[in-house]
Design a protein around this ligand. Structure first.
Ligand SMILES: CC(C)(COP(=O)(O)OP(=O)(O)OC[C@H]1O[C@@H](n2cnc3c(N)ncnc32)[C@H](O)[C@@H]1OP(=O)(O)O)[C@@H](O)C(=O)NCCC(=O)NCCS
Length: 138
Protein backbone atom coordinates (compact mmCIF):
# COMPACT_ATOMS: atom_id res chain seq x y z
CA UNK A 1 0.00 0.00 0.00
CA UNK A 2 1.35 3.43 -0.85
CA UNK A 3 0.03 6.96 -0.51
CA UNK A 4 0.04 9.31 -3.51
CA UNK A 5 0.33 12.93 -2.47
CA UNK A 6 -0.42 13.97 -6.04
CA UNK A 7 -2.43 11.96 -8.58
CA UNK A 8 -1.06 12.67 -12.04
CA UNK A 9 -2.42 12.00 -15.53
CA UNK A 10 -0.97 8.48 -15.52
CA UNK A 11 -3.81 7.63 -13.11
CA UNK A 12 -6.71 8.83 -15.30
CA UNK A 13 -7.90 5.29 -16.05
CA UNK A 14 -7.52 4.31 -12.40
CA UNK A 15 -9.58 7.29 -11.26
CA UNK A 16 -12.24 6.50 -13.89
CA UNK A 17 -12.41 2.91 -12.63
CA UNK A 18 -12.91 4.17 -9.06
CA UNK A 19 -15.56 6.63 -10.27
CA UNK A 20 -17.64 3.68 -11.51
CA UNK A 21 -18.46 3.20 -7.81
CA UNK A 22 -19.37 6.87 -7.32
CA UNK A 23 -22.98 7.59 -8.31
CA UNK A 24 -22.28 11.22 -9.17
CA UNK A 25 -19.16 10.56 -11.26
CA UNK A 26 -19.93 7.41 -13.25
CA UNK A 27 -20.50 9.25 -16.53
CA UNK A 28 -17.22 11.17 -16.50
CA UNK A 29 -15.19 10.67 -19.64
CA UNK A 30 -11.42 10.33 -19.94
CA UNK A 31 -11.31 14.02 -20.89
CA UNK A 32 -13.46 14.97 -17.87
CA UNK A 33 -11.15 13.17 -15.46
CA UNK A 34 -8.06 14.62 -17.13
CA UNK A 35 -9.59 18.06 -16.57
CA UNK A 36 -10.52 17.21 -12.96
CA UNK A 37 -6.93 16.25 -12.19
CA UNK A 38 -5.19 19.14 -13.92
CA UNK A 39 -7.52 21.77 -12.44
CA UNK A 40 -7.48 20.46 -8.86
CA UNK A 41 -5.10 22.22 -6.52
CA UNK A 42 -4.66 19.07 -4.42
CA UNK A 43 -5.16 15.37 -5.14
CA UNK A 44 -4.44 12.27 -3.10
CA UNK A 45 -4.68 8.55 -3.69
CA UNK A 46 -3.97 5.16 -2.19
CA UNK A 47 -2.46 2.42 -4.34
CA UNK A 48 -2.58 -1.22 -3.21
CA UNK A 49 0.23 -3.75 -3.51
CA UNK A 50 -1.02 -4.78 -6.98
CA UNK A 51 -0.68 -1.22 -8.26
CA UNK A 52 -4.43 -0.54 -8.29
CA UNK A 53 -5.76 2.84 -7.22
CA UNK A 54 -8.14 1.96 -4.36
CA UNK A 55 -8.91 5.43 -2.97
CA UNK A 56 -8.97 8.97 -4.37
CA UNK A 57 -9.84 12.49 -3.24
CA UNK A 58 -9.29 15.96 -4.63
CA UNK A 59 -9.76 19.60 -3.67
CA UNK A 60 -9.84 23.13 -5.03
CA UNK A 61 -8.24 25.78 -2.85
CA UNK A 62 -7.22 29.43 -2.86
CA UNK A 63 -4.42 28.49 -0.45
CA UNK A 64 -5.50 30.74 2.42
CA UNK A 65 -9.24 31.25 2.98
CA UNK A 66 -11.50 28.87 1.12
CA UNK A 67 -11.35 25.38 -0.33
CA UNK A 68 -13.72 22.60 -1.34
CA UNK A 69 -13.14 18.86 -1.09
CA UNK A 70 -14.55 16.77 -3.94
CA UNK A 71 -14.78 13.20 -5.26
CA UNK A 72 -13.77 11.20 -2.18
CA UNK A 73 -14.09 7.55 -3.23
CA UNK A 74 -12.87 4.19 -1.89
CA UNK A 75 -13.20 0.99 -3.93
CA UNK A 76 -16.38 -0.78 -2.71
CA UNK A 77 -14.84 -4.04 -1.51
CA UNK A 78 -12.32 -2.24 0.70
CA UNK A 79 -14.59 0.21 2.52
CA UNK A 80 -14.60 0.45 6.32
CA UNK A 81 -10.96 -0.58 6.35
CA UNK A 82 -9.33 2.80 6.95
CA UNK A 83 -8.67 3.80 3.34
CA UNK A 84 -11.08 6.73 3.42
CA UNK A 85 -9.38 8.07 6.50
CA UNK A 86 -5.94 7.59 4.91
CA UNK A 87 -6.81 9.36 1.67
CA UNK A 88 -8.46 12.27 3.51
CA UNK A 89 -5.43 12.59 5.82
CA UNK A 90 -3.15 12.76 2.78
CA UNK A 91 -5.38 15.31 1.03
CA UNK A 92 -5.80 17.60 4.04
CA UNK A 93 -2.02 17.62 4.63
CA UNK A 94 -1.49 19.21 1.22
CA UNK A 95 0.19 22.64 1.50
CA UNK A 96 -2.74 24.24 -0.36
CA UNK A 97 -5.19 22.98 2.29
CA UNK A 98 -3.49 22.63 5.65
CA UNK A 99 -3.60 26.35 6.50
CA UNK A 100 -6.92 27.25 4.86
CA UNK A 101 -9.44 29.07 7.06
CA UNK A 102 -12.44 26.98 6.01
CA UNK A 103 -12.90 23.94 3.80
CA UNK A 104 -16.35 22.97 2.50
CA UNK A 105 -17.78 19.80 1.06
CA UNK A 106 -21.20 18.36 0.36
CA UNK A 107 -22.20 14.85 1.23
CA UNK A 108 -25.14 12.58 2.01
CA UNK A 109 -26.34 12.44 5.65
CA UNK A 110 -24.85 8.97 6.17
CA UNK A 111 -21.35 10.33 5.55
CA UNK A 112 -21.52 13.09 8.17
CA UNK A 113 -19.89 10.82 10.81
CA UNK A 114 -17.04 10.08 8.40
CA UNK A 115 -16.27 13.77 7.75
CA UNK A 116 -16.66 14.65 11.42
CA UNK A 117 -13.49 12.60 11.96
CA UNK A 118 -11.65 15.42 10.17
CA UNK A 119 -13.40 18.20 12.11
CA UNK A 120 -15.98 19.03 9.45
CA UNK A 121 -19.34 20.03 10.91
CA UNK A 122 -22.82 20.38 9.45
CA UNK A 123 -23.54 23.24 11.87
CA UNK A 124 -23.05 26.11 9.43
CA UNK A 125 -24.55 28.85 11.61
CA UNK A 126 -27.60 29.39 9.42
CA UNK A 127 -25.65 29.74 6.18
CA UNK A 128 -27.30 28.20 3.11
CA UNK A 129 -25.65 26.11 0.45
CA UNK A 130 -26.44 27.60 -2.95
CA UNK A 131 -25.62 25.73 -6.14
CA UNK A 132 -25.75 26.78 -9.78
CA UNK A 133 -26.23 23.67 -11.92
CA UNK A 134 -26.68 20.08 -10.74
CA UNK A 135 -27.41 19.88 -7.01
CA UNK A 136 -26.56 16.21 -6.47
CA UNK A 137 -22.85 16.27 -7.24
CA UNK A 138 -20.39 15.34 -4.53
C1 LIG B 1 -17.28 7.59 2.33
C2 LIG B 1 -16.09 6.68 2.06
C3 LIG B 1 -15.06 7.46 1.24
C4 LIG B 1 -15.48 6.26 3.39
O1 LIG B 1 -14.33 5.49 3.13
P1 LIG B 1 -13.96 4.20 4.04
O2 LIG B 1 -12.65 3.68 3.59
O3 LIG B 1 -15.10 3.26 4.05
O4 LIG B 1 -13.83 4.90 5.48
P2 LIG B 1 -12.91 4.44 6.70
O5 LIG B 1 -12.80 2.94 6.75
O6 LIG B 1 -11.64 5.20 6.67
O7 LIG B 1 -13.83 4.93 7.89
C5 LIG B 1 -13.34 5.62 8.98
C6 LIG B 1 -14.50 5.90 9.88
O8 LIG B 1 -15.43 6.77 9.24
C7 LIG B 1 -16.75 6.45 9.66
N1 LIG B 1 -17.51 6.00 8.50
C8 LIG B 1 -17.04 5.63 7.29
N2 LIG B 1 -18.04 5.32 6.44
C9 LIG B 1 -19.17 5.51 7.14
C10 LIG B 1 -20.54 5.34 6.82
N3 LIG B 1 -20.96 4.94 5.61
N4 LIG B 1 -21.45 5.61 7.79
C11 LIG B 1 -21.05 6.00 9.02
N5 LIG B 1 -19.76 6.17 9.39
C12 LIG B 1 -18.84 5.93 8.45
C13 LIG B 1 -16.61 5.36 10.71
O9 LIG B 1 -16.47 5.99 11.99
C14 LIG B 1 -15.32 4.71 10.29
O10 LIG B 1 -14.67 4.04 11.34
P3 LIG B 1 -15.10 2.49 11.67
O11 LIG B 1 -15.14 1.74 10.38
O12 LIG B 1 -14.01 2.06 12.61
O13 LIG B 1 -16.45 2.58 12.32
C15 LIG B 1 -16.53 5.39 1.30
O14 LIG B 1 -17.58 4.78 2.00
C16 LIG B 1 -16.96 5.61 -0.14
O15 LIG B 1 -16.14 5.62 -1.06
N6 LIG B 1 -18.30 5.76 -0.36
C17 LIG B 1 -18.82 5.86 -1.71
C18 LIG B 1 -18.47 7.19 -2.33
C19 LIG B 1 -19.02 8.33 -1.51
O16 LIG B 1 -20.22 8.41 -1.28
N7 LIG B 1 -18.10 9.22 -1.09
C20 LIG B 1 -18.46 10.37 -0.30
C21 LIG B 1 -18.75 11.51 -1.19
S1 LIG B 1 -19.23 12.96 -0.26
Amino acid sequence: MRVLHAVGPEWIDGVRALFQAAWWAQARTHADVASNLVHSTATAGIVDDDGTLVAFARALSDGSHRAVVLDVVVVPDQRRDGLGRAVMDALLADPTLCRVESIALWCKPEHVPFYELFEFTDDVSGMRLMVRGAVDGS
